[in-house]
Design a protein around this ligand. Structure first.
Ligand SMILES: Cc1cc2nc3c(=O)[nH]c(=O)nc-3n(C[C@H](O)[C@H](O)[C@H](O)COP(=O)(O)OP(=O)(O)OC[C@H]3O[C@@H](n4cnc5c(N)ncnc54)[C@H](O)[C@@H]3O)c2cc1C
Length: 371
């Protein structure tokens, strides 16, 4: 066994939550061990769509990794009753997730975090003053640990116990641009799977095609279902790099701290359940966890995330309603709420903020004339 390496803080998982946390911690002068599974052969399944509210939270410009900027969102109900919701300002920035992760890791390293490839942790020991992670032959220790290792968080299971939580699920793949006649617009086809939607995200040399299911049911989001959707939406089913993965959407109801371990991103269940947008929750929770570690107070992390947890609770209710009466809710989305929703999203508002604004306007509040 090699000797234990000491850090001021350990971050396990160099995804969007882990990199956001590691960068802020390193910028504050802390010695950060950013532990990522090695070898990093497997890329994180993700469509790489970044909303404006998420983009505004990064400490750096995402320009170098933006493949396409979308000013519209096409929606349909299973391929019918389609509408294009347009906005003068961008609705989403489309990145290729492996490029985004690599870029964010570089930013964290440039700030001073040490990126270390590890085997999956086998044990985590918590004492009064420190947490120790054992990964194969290696041991790492620090006063604080931020677990940012995704929806199936190994750290969470080692520290907190319990199995995997039931959240959402998505499957995706890539269709090469030369395999299709024309690049589609950014699109969401609701109801092409039950309790979810299919998506097309164009990224210059490929289209990311996928299926999102708000309630985790593997048998629905299969390779066959994805191929069927691609045939219907793009006319081809030649899909590369097909991968499925759960999304953590339970963050409103579960513990986000165990002693000196703070869970961030999907490990804390901070993905919004209606559409499965997780990058925003990952970045804001990673940054909030970093602030709490710098302040030396886990409680301040819980306080900082209270508003987002409250929003998640409300969006869970909205999700049940939306998919429960989909033909009706789709009609409302297409004719009433879609346009303000896209305007809100393009201004960096959350779903809850946009819905609240729209409800007040419907109730006769004159508003400010702006969105
Ligand atoms: C198919 C799919 C498409 C999606 N599309 C979008 C989208 O377009 N926009 C959006 O906002 N959200 C999307 N999401 C959700 C989004 O990907 C996640 O919510 C977000 O990536 C969570 O970030 P994270 O850093 O918490 O976790 P992750 O991104 O999962 O990162 C976890 C990191 O920890 C590492 N890790 C895991 N286990 C270990 C271990 N044992 N030891 C060390 N390291 C470990 C992983 O390799 C990874 O680097 C999608 C999800 C899926 C499944």
């Amino acid at each position: 066994m090699t000797k234990t390496r000491q850090f001021d803080v350990l971050v396990v998982g160099a995804g969007q939550a882990g990199c956001a946390a590691a960068q802020d911690l390193a910028m504050a002068g802390l010695e950060v061990g950013l532990l990522e599974r090695a070898p990093a052969r497997v890329t994180k399944p993700c469509a790489g769509g970044i909303t404006i509210k998420a983009a505004q939270r990064y400490r750096f410009s995402l320009d170098p990794v933006i493949r396409q900027t979308s000013h519209c969102l096409e929606i349909s109900l299973g391929g019918r009753r389609a509408r294009c919701l347009e906005s003068p300002a961008p609705v989403a920035l489309l990145t290729h997730r492996p490029e985004l992760d690599m870029f964010c890791r570089q930013q964290a390293q440039a700030a001073g975090a040490e990126l270390i490839g590890i085997r999956s942790p086998g044990a985590v020991h918590q004492g009064r003053e420190a947490v120790t992670v054992v990964a194969g032959e290696h041991r790492f220790s620090a006063p604080w640990l931020i677990a940012a290792d995704g929806a199936n968080s190994r750290i969470r299971r080692l520290v907190h116990g319990g199995g995997q939580h039931a959240g959402a699920f998505a499957i995706e793949g890539l269709v090469a641009a030369e395999r299709i006649d024309a690049m589609p617009r950014m699109r969401m086809d609701f109801g092409c799977v039950s309790d979810g939607y299919g998506w097309l995200f164009p990224k210059a040399d490929h289209v990311n095609v996928g299926l999102y299911i708000a309630h985790h049911r593997h048998h629905v989001a299969t390779r066959q279902a994805l191929a069927r959707y691609a045939r219907q939406a793009l006319g081809v089913d030649d899909i590369q790099c097909v991968q499925g993965y759960p999304l953590g959407t339970w963050g409103n109801a579960r513990a986000m701290v165990t002693g000196r371990v703070l869970y961030a991103g999907d490990a804390a269940g901070f993905t919004e359940p209606l559409l499965g947008e997780g990058i925003y929750g990952a970045v804001i929770s990673g940054q909030a966890a970093a602030r709490a570690v710098i302040a030396g107070s886990a409680d301040s992390y819980c306080e900082a995330m209270m508003a987002w947890r409250h929003e998640l609770s409300r969006v869970h209710g909205l999700t049940r309603l939306f998919y429960g009466v989909l033909p009706v809710s789709y009609g409302a989305l297409k004719h009433v709420i879609g346009a303000p929703l896209v305007r809100g999203v393009s201004r960096g508002l959350t779903l809850g903020q946009t819905v609240r604004y729209w409800r007040r306007r419907m109730a006769g509040w004159p508003g400010d004339g702006q969105f």
